[in-house]
Design a protein around this ligand. Structure first.
Ligand code: NDP
Length: 316
């Protein structure tokens, strides 16, 4: 056993998005000297967005990466230790708990899981290249920038319907591309898009390429019936709404979770089914998925970890 493995931390936080960093801020200010394992994408999903206009406190908005850098500096001021490493496994069978990372591991009295979720993309080369330049997986973040232009939304679930409806407030027209001849979305959400004059639904339509050098200048669409491919040059923005994947891999077999892998927390709490293990942010929230709600639950997780440690120390 290495020296690192012998050291027992009060609070270990996995993830460095708004949830993880807010948890660290509160834990550090409670003198718990938290350790943040930053994960494979330090800063989380906001690092891939451009301007964030809906995080309170920034009158003129702020770029996503700048917001995360500012948050990180604020957290570092109070003595948080950052480790550029990711959790690969946990062992909750004895307390203090053990965990492994890509480069080592350790032990902790409480663990806060803030590993977030990742939006699913189609996996096309040009789609990934133009991310943040007309390709987005977050209508709430980026919809505002598509005023008066035609855009496409891929997907046929509740998210796609919700995003298409939201985007119709800005875009001159929203084209919804559904890969089958039916949607997965609830009937009420479907009806909402059917009733919206600015939304046109294209059944059995698949995006096979994204066109443009610096910015989206069109998409290539395949007709699922005929296999015919056409370039839609009128499309200036592409929104993916084909689901999110919670980054709960290393924890999933140890914690209660739903069928899609989101960790289940107790009502009005970030507590999981394992005492002293808390989950906050998008890894446990498939409904709101906002930076500010993630930060809010990060705060809750740190306060709950602090109270849990106090109760445990008092023999509770
Ligand atoms: P879903 O998994 O429900 O739907 C994903 C959609 O994307 C499906 O239509 C699916 O098609 C399509 N899709 C998946 N992969 C591809 C691909 N490679 N190419 C093209 N299309 C693809 O995800 P959502 O994010 O919509 O919803 C997740 C959960 O969150 C659901 O439980 C939903 O009810 C909930 N939610 C609820 C809301 C509300 O009630 N207000 C709002 C948003 C989400 P196919 O059907 O063919 O697989």
């Amino acid at each position: 056993m290495s020296a690192d493995e012998e050291r027992i931390e009060d609070v270990v936080i996995f993830g460095s998005g708004p949830a993880g960093l807010t948890a660290a801020l509160y834990a550090a200010r409670a003198n718990l000297e938290p350790v943040v394992y930053e994960g494979v994408e330090p800063g989380g999903q906001l690092m891939t967005t451009t301007e964030v206009e809906n995080f309170p406190g920034f009158e003129n908005g702020i770029m996503g990466p700048e917001l995360m850098e500012t948050m990180r500096k604020q957290v570092a001021r109070f003595g948080t230790r950052f480790v550029l490493d990711e959790c690969t496994g946990v062992d909750f069978s004895e307390w203090p708990y053990r965990f492994t990372t890509s480069q080592g591991g350790g032990r902790a009295r409480t663990i806060i899981i803030a590993t977030g979720a990742s939006a699913k993309y189609l996996g096309l080369e040009n789609e990934l290249r133009l991310r943040g330049h007309g390709v987005s997986a977050c209508a709430t973040c980026d919809g505002f920038f598509f005023r008066g232009v035609e855009i496409a939304v891929v997907g046929g679930g509740d998210s796609a319907c919700e995003e298409a409806s939201f985007l119709s407030r800005f875009a001159s027209k929203v084209h919804m591309l559904v890969r089958r001849d039916a949607m997965r979305a609830s009937k009420i959400m479907q009806q909402r898009v059917f009733d919206n004059d600015k939304i046109e639904i294209h059944w059995k339509a698949e995006v096979v390429d994204v066109l443009g050098d610096e910015q989206v200048e069109g998409i290539r669409v395949r007709n699922g019936d005929t296999g015919e491919e056409t370039d839609w040059r009128h499309i200036k923005g592409l929104f993916l709404a084909i689901g999110h994947r919670p980054n709960s891999g290393p924890f999933i077999e140890h914690l209660d979770h739903d069928e899609t892998g989101y960790i289940i927390t107790k009502p009005d709490s970030t507590a999981t089914n394992v005492p002293g293990v808390f989950a906050c942010g998008d890894v446990q929230d498939h409904t709101f998925r906002q930076a500010v709600t993630a930060a809010g639950t990060g705060c809750m997780a740190a306060l709950e970890a602090e109270r849990w440690l106090e109760a445990r120390a008092a023999g509770g």
